[in-house]
Design a protein around this ligand. Sequence first.
Ligand SMILES: *Cc1c(COP(=O)(O)O)cnc(C)c1O
Length: 830
Amino acid sequence: MPRTLHTYTVTPRLPERLAPLRELAYNLRWAWHPDTRALFVTLAGEPLWKECEHNPAKVLGRVSQATYDALSQSPEFLAQLDAVWADFSAYKNAPADPRWEGLGTVAYFSAEFGLTESLPIYSGGLGVLAGDHLKAASDINLPLVAIGFLYQNGYFRQSLNADGWQVEHYPANDFYTLPIEPTGKKIAVQFPGRLVHAAIWKAQVGRIPLYLLDTNIPENADADRHIAGNLYGGDQETRIQQELVLGIGGVQALTELGITPTVCHMNEGHSAFLALERARQLQLKTGLPFAEATNATAAAHLFTTHTPVPAGFDIFPGELMWKYFGEFAPKLGISFDELLDRGRAPLMEPGKFNMAVLAFRHARYINGVSKLHGHVSREMAHPVWSEFPLDEVPIGSVTNGIHTPSFLSRQMGELLEAHDNDPLQLPDEALWNIKNERRATLVKWARTYQRKRAERRGASDSEVDEADNILNPDVLTIGFARRFATYKRGDLLLREIDRVRHLVNHADRPIQFVFAGKAHPRDDGGKELIRRIVQFSRDPSVKGKVVFLEDYDMAMARRLVQGVDVWLNNPRRPYEASGTSGMKVVMNGGLNCSILDGWWAEAYADNGSSVGWAIGQGEDYDDPGYQDHVEAQSIYHLLENEIAPLFYARDEHGVPRGWVAKMKQSMHLLGPVYDTRRMVTEYAQTYYLPAAQRAAHLAASDYALTRELVAWKLKVREQWSQVRIEAVTSPSDHLEAGQQAQVRAVVWLGDVLTSGDVQVQLYTGPVDTDRNFVHAAGVPLTCEGRDGGAWVYTGTLPTNHSGQQGFSVRVLPHHPEAILPQELPLIVWE
Ligand SMILES: *Cc1c(COP(=O)(O)O)cnc(C)c1O
């Protein structure tokens, strides 16, 4: 055995005329540009294209020199290449968009990115959303770079054993055949007693570079090489190590690459340590103390939370924090206890460090991913702003979207293009034909797929042959594919299996179901759901009509969303923060049937049944068993009485006019809204641009405003215990509409604070029979000057609504340049 191994890489030698293929292969725009993909299919031929897992970079290395030489003489191929290259060059060199002037560079951090099945560094919705964010940023020419991990094993691949139980495999990623390139740059992150190194790779996503950190390099000790081993694997210590590399190493990587971001966007809390590293770097550069440094950097941070339950946040015990941050705290000029405080909140897991709290405290901008999830997030974060009314917890929402071109079938894309991209103009027959074709394609593909899978599993010949007869290209097809987390209730449909038997075997209006999805390796509850479905699918009465497809990934997602008629989603409310897979069926002419949770709650509220179906009415029962019962009944009812009858109501041309009308409404009303181009534009306008401006403002004149604000906050904090409301007087407790009624408040601010440091507000709104505000808002009172040592404020009670109204007086800190209550969550109530 040799003791030394030298490695080198070999790259294909392309004839001069075919040189553009290289850039086309290594720019992931092919993931959403069918013509570019078609070019590589021509180059490879179908079998090699499949063998290379639809990965042009791999294809380049596998095509023979003879083929290259032949194609470089082929006029057809050269014409195809030139057309694609011209389109690509125009895309790449598009002029800057004036909307993003002055934005600088946004850095987007995420633990996973789902860009294409051939770059397996994602597990599910969060990753696909991050990937779609980059693709849309590229399309709207937003200046953005991204940071993530290059996992050696990525997420697991799923197979099922004979019993239907999930088995996980972790095939290693061969980085040298992935559509990524080394940058030649490296970083080193300080770990206890050692440095952990990471190489920086780059995936080019249209105009957007995605930098990926790879810890599997010789500089690292064996254990450290596995830090970026797999996604969400390992124990808590692996987790904190990964998050150190992503947050701290990610910021270092940007520095190493010469990129100075104006705004950092944390996609979920995994990267929140970046806040500490950004403060440290600024302190090194400017000598600012920690408070000033965090004040200046937090202005440029946006935190997007995707979690619907507090248990979803990463929480690290104090000892683990001590191990990894004991030596970091002094570098920030703070004690370890002060550092721990940055991730602690009253009521939240005492003694532990919560990554979401760290992010809440170090991001001036925070959002959830649907309107309902914004509300849920405000509830979860309430302990951080506990003195404030729930609706004043400073968390907004940007509803998720999907990158439509990545999920749209080629045929549908072409049909839309031929009709000004206006779904309402599509001829019914043409639209219906495409749906039929795509359903048939799905069925054909599923048969081949199941056959191969059965063979691999060593199933009996009869079982292998049965695969050829599963599903029916003409039958109403319902898709259900997502992670098998218990809250998603993958087996809700099976509550009454006789009803399902009846549905799938209906003489005139049969229905078929296609299931897919992975359970987390440690989630036995999720795996049990999969087993139930798989075992049910073997029941002779439903065989071939209820199908489970193993190893759900982005390629399968595309096939499903393009082929199915209805996308079913039945999570337990409100645990689906947004959900995105249902959005992927929309422009493919699929219809949604879903619980009113996440995005569907607002899509349905805005458009009603013209675009799909709601399971239940958004009512919540205390008994989860009863909830399941009610919602399962609702699903059966919809399928039996609404969905199947509409689908099978054909006219003399065989077209279901009512169904097609719904398809068009759904495409027309939902398509443009639940799209990442709308979403990323919203992020840019609501958060990135204001954050960049504010950060620049705070940094101007050697951080003059930052210093002023920190000094002001210190003063207010020190004096706040003195603030009290001494007296409030109001007119009679019965008023007539339109009557002028004055409120007078006397407020003690202590010896140091003055009326300029606070805002005294009248907090008013209608009151219910339990004397609680139905809703309320604060309006500033006017300062009338001093009366002795105290300050006098007056204002008018609103009398424009009749009924029982309430009011209370409150005092809040006020500074024209501060973002409140984020920066100083203080309040005194009457
Ligand atoms: C879109 C997508 C998801 C997310 O689905 P949800 O319904 O939002 O949970 C998960 N996995 C893959 C492969 C996807 O394409």
